[in-house]
Design a protein around this ligand. Structure first.
Ligand code: UD1
Ligand code: CA
Length: 448
């Protein structure tokens, strides 16, 4: 661990007009987490860093998105978007406190890896004054080009300002930079805005530092980790890269996926070894899947905890607060919300369970509905261990069915059912002899 003090400045004030969105660019999401959330999470993994966040439009929303990952981050407002160097200077006060290392990260580069940050800092520790993280882009259009001379980085040329020859360069600026704290403000203050965009480019500090005889270096990371988001196409590309990485990590950790490319994970999805994920499963935020569980095809889960060896789907929907115990089963076309399905209980077909507890080993018949909402409030349904709910029953909450009790098929249960009782909540059937034939004759005439 480095003894050097470090400030990370995260730029999140850009307009991102090419996203064509009412939402600030850095609040667009990859794997259910804002772009800037990913950046802050990566920054916080580097030990002992302070975080400064530069925000613009909808500053409060951006700050809120970051809060869970860096509650102590200090926010600075860049009120006019005059470029990346100008943005860094919004945090002038903080930079002026005197850090050994100043790291500058872009809020629209969500795939950066913690080791890249460590590598940049190592460069400073070895005596460099400016270290830039570059990458080789398959299509460099739009990126700043790293201009090298005799192995040294001499300038970064923004795409719009680059000559034809410079545009042919594929070694690009990843937007990740480290500057020795003692030079940071004087370099940034020297940046002008005489360029194609009329902006104060952070990238100009490279040329300025080189002219001052300071030591400037470029280092390299894979394209996938430096992909910057300016358009929805790049957003989708980043999502793909993120998903690929996470699936690979889960499979290597012991999770089976039959068709990994069809499984959509969330930034916080946790799956234990020996779980099996069938094709076309979508994980929203807040899902944990315990060892040996099986999530069958076309299921959608969010805010749910799936217990050991439990089974979900195919075509099941688990909504926030769904908690499945060991060996519990939630089958096809079932929806479960804010409900505990205890060990070995079965909810297998065409059912809605909301605001409920289903006791261990209970069996919920096809088409059962917990009627949990009266238009104003939600009410609870309690089903005891080993109870049996006949198909097509409506359980009108608040209501309880005791342990070991039976509910006859087609019941509308409005009163509590004691343990071991049998409840009939339906009209008694009557058979009228011959009436069927007579009706048919009346309606359709003889012979039909
Ligand atoms: C920038 C780099 C480019 C690099 C690319 C990598 C500059 C001048 N260019 O270009 O060399 O290859 O990133 O992805 O630095 N921002 C502010 N305030 C501003 C302007 C931008 O906070 O006034 C923020 C944006 O929210 C964004 C980041 O800075 O998170 C980068 O800005 P963006 O406009 O996307 O820069 P690029 O044109 O992509
Ligand atoms: Ca960008």
């Amino acid at each position: 661990m480095s003894e050097r003090s470090c400030l990370t400045v995260i730029l999140a004030a850009g307009e991102g007009t090419r996203m064509k969105s009412a939402l600030p660019k850095v609040l667009h999401e990859v794997a259910g987490l804002s772009l800037v959330g990913h950046v802050v999470k990566a920054a916080r993994r580097e030990p002992g860093v302070d975080v400064a966040l530069v925000v613009g439009r909808e500053a409060e929303k951006v700050r809120k998105a970051v809060e869970p990952f860096a509650p102590e981050a200090e926010a600075f407002v860049q009120s006019e978007r005059l470029g990346t160097a100008h943005a860094v200077l919004a945090a002038r006060q903080k930079i002026a406190r005197g850090y050994d290392d100043v790291l500058i990260l872009f809020g629209d580069t969500p795939l950066i890896e913690p080791q890249s940050l460590a590598e940049l800092r190592a460069g400073l520790a070895e005596g460099a004054d400016v270290v830039v993280m570059g990458f080789h882009a398959p299509d460099p259009t739009g990126y700043g080009r790293l201009l090298m001379k005799d192995g040294a980085l001499v300038a970064i040329r923004e795409h719009k300002d680059a000559s034809e020859t410079e545009r042919a360069v594929t070694f690009c600026n990843g937007g990740l930079m480290a500057v020795a704290g003692r030079h940071a403000l004087s370099l940034l203050d020297a940046v002008g805005n005489a360029n194609a965009k009329g902006e104060y480019y952070l990238t100009d500090i490279v040329e300025i530092a080189a002219a001052r005889g300071l030591s400037v270096r470029a280092t390299e990371a894979p394209y996938e980790s430096l992909l910057g988001i300016n358009t929805r196409l790049e957003l989708a590309e980043a999502e793909g890269v993120w998903q690929g990485r996470r699936r690979r990590a889960l499979m290597l950790a012991g999770v089976t996926m039959h068709a990994p490319e069809t499984v959509h994970l969330c930034h916080d999805t946790e799956i234990e070894p020996d779980a099996v994920i069938e094709p076309n499963v979508v994980f929203g935020p807040g899902v944990t899947v315990a060892a040996g569980a099986r999530i069958r095809a076309f299921s959608h889960l969010e805010g749910a905890a799936v217990g050991e060896n439990a089974e979900v789907g195919p075509f099941a929907r688990l909504r926030p607060g769904a908690t499945l115990g060991r060996k519990a089963k939630v089958g096809n076309f079932c929806e479960v919300k804010k409900a505990v399905i205890e060990e070995g209980a079965k909810v297998n077909h065409l059912t809605y369970i909301g605001d409920a507890r289903i006791g261990a080993g209970a069996n919920i018949g096809a088409g059962t509905i917990t009627c949990n909402y009266d238009g104003f409030s939600k009410h609870h349904t309690e089903i005891g261990a080993g109870a049996f709910i006949g198909s097509n029953s409506s359980l009108v909450a608040p209501v309880s069915v005791g342990a070991g009790a039976y509910v006859a098929s087609g019941s509308v249960v409005t009163k509590d059912v004691p343990d071991d009782a049998l409840a009939f909540g339906r009209a008694r059937q009557e058979n009228k002899p011959d009436l069927g034939r007579r009706l048919r004759e009346k309606l359709g005439g003889k012979g039909h």
